[in-house]
Design a protein around this ligand. Structure first.
Ligand code: NAD
Length: 270
């Protein structure tokens, strides 16, 4: 095992280079910190420039940089993947994590807004396909392996009331991972999904505000942390997802491929 001399913290991603989309906030931001703590250099890709630059600065200029990338534009996805190789000479991990909730105002399927469906699919599904495509385009010919991780959701495992676009997109992510894992395995590249349950990130808190319009922010957070997660006394946090991503990114999971790692305290099976 490799250890940093300073903190004697195990460096599970020593020397590795990772691209993290949605890296300015929530799960992506937390994962960036976990990866850097474990010796990786990260490129944060997002559309929230101020937040992205702030996260990169916090992580330190040697370890992290931010670049604007709207993942719905394939050329920008290709560019951020290329940037990793141009800047660091390698690419080991791509975390396709950027996502939006879409309009989660409870509404019957008979009045589904197809434009909202298209928006959710563009970010949460099509952009993930582009992320996997361009990660593979670079990783496969380099013949150094690699780990591609895509953020799905428990909504992509079990569905969700009034969440058809989001659920469809997240199920597509799980389907994508299963569709390409066998092909990529022949090149030593792995692709896996992570499916978290509710965490009070800005994405979820925005959706909560539409579900419970007259409820204050503190009460909404309590509802997410206590009522929507059924682990007694335990709260799901971005760090829990970050540690799952760390495992999938590291060589410790070298034989884990095409898997959907559900991080939900047992919610979807109970
Ligand atoms: P978040 O809002 O904190 O982070 C999402 C990030 O994605 C934001 O920084 C946002 O700017 C970025 N993003 C959105 N559209 C983008 C685009 N077109 N191009 C580039 N970046 C874009 O929310 P989060 O909860 O950390 O979400 C991260 C992922 O986790 C998403 O895919 C989300 O669907 C998924 N997820 C979240 C939860 C939860 O409860 N929070 C549960 C399951 C899955």
């Amino acid at each position: 095992a490799r250890h940093s001399s300073a903190a004697s913290h195990p460096q599970r991603l020593a020397g590795k280079v990772a691209v993290i989309t949605g890296g300015a906030s929530g799960i992506g931001k937390s994962t960036a910190a976990e990866f850097v703590r474990n010796g990786a250099r990260v490129i944060l890709a997002d559309v929230q420039d101020d937040l992205g630059h702030a996260v990169a600065a916090e992580l330190g200029r040697d370890a992290a940089c931010y670049t604007r990338c709207d993942v719905t534009d394939e050329a920008q996805v290709a560019a951020v993947i290329n940037l990793a190789v141009a800047r660091h000479g390698r690419l080991d991990v791509v975390f396709n994590n950027a996502g939006i909730s879409g309009d989660l105002t409870p509404a019957p399927i008979g009045s589904l807004d197809m434009d909202d469906f298209d928006r959710v699919m563009a970010v949460n599904a099509r952009a993930v396909v582009a992320g996997v495509k361009h990660a593979a385009r670079v990783m496969v010919p380099r013949r150094r392996g690699g780990s591609i991780i895509c953020t799905a959701s428990t909504a992509g495992v079990m569905g969700g009331v009034a969440m058809a676009p989001y659920s469809v997109a997240k199920m597509a992510v799980v389907g994508l991972v299963r569709a390409v894992a066998g092909e990529l395995a022949r090149s030593g590249v792995r692709v896996n999904a992570i499916s978290p349950h509710y965490i009070p990130t800005p994405l979820v808190m925005g959706a909560m505000a539409t579900w419970f319009p007259a409820t204050g922010a503190d009460e909404l957070r309590r509802i997410v942390e206590k009522d929507m997660n059924e682990m007694d006394g335990q709260v799901l946090e971005p760090e829990d997802v970050a540690r799952a991503a760390l495992y999938l990114a590291s060589d410790e999971s070298k034989y884990v491929n095409g898997h959907n790692l559900v991080v939900d305290g047992g919610f979807t099976v109970s």
